[in-house]
Ligand binder design. Structure first.
Ligand code: ZN
Length: 143
């Protein structure tokens, strides 16, 4: 019996963050400059997040980069107390899915939000961050 992937499984977290760097370097370069971008299919107009080299809807390989809005609404979240190995050593954290104004859903850490304060429907903002190793990433903060 196979288990459906959920936010609670290590599998979904790994999948979401394993973006092929070679095809989406533009995303990380933009993030370094404080811009939050993703791919939009030039054939069918589908906006993918995380960025996709090939459109998951029509399989077209032609995409353009578009700037995403930073305002989001929290759809759902999970408070992770037992972190996967790659995040071992971090404090317990909250991962949430936020919906941007255009309907794009984004999975990210909620930074500076206490578990008891996190509620679906709360307003968030996407903020670029740089890790201690100098790698760009992004988080949600309360708006
Ligand atoms: Zn498409």
């Amino acid at each position: 019996m196979s288990e459906a992937p959920s936010l609670h499984s290590r599998r979904s977290i790994t999948l979401r963050f394993d973006i092929p760097i070679s095809k989406t370097s533009e995303f990380w370069e933009s993030l370094k400059n404080g811009k939050f971008v993703t791919t939009k299919c030039t054939k069918c107009g589908n906006v993918s997040f995380p960025p996709q080299a090939d459109c998951p809807k029509c399989m077209s390989g032609e995409a353009q980069w578009v700037v995403l809005g930073r305002e989001a609404t929290l759809v759902t979240f999970t408070h992770v107390r037992t972190a996967p190995a790659s995040f071992a050593g971090k404090e317990p954290y909250i991962i949430g899915i936020g919906e941007l104004s255009g309907g794009t859903k984004v999975l990210a850490w909620l930074e500076g939000v206490r578990p008891e304060d996190a509620k679906p429907g709360m307003k968030l903002r996407v903020e670029p961050r740089t890790s201690e190793e100098g790698n760009p990433y992004y988080v949600f903060v309360g708006a």
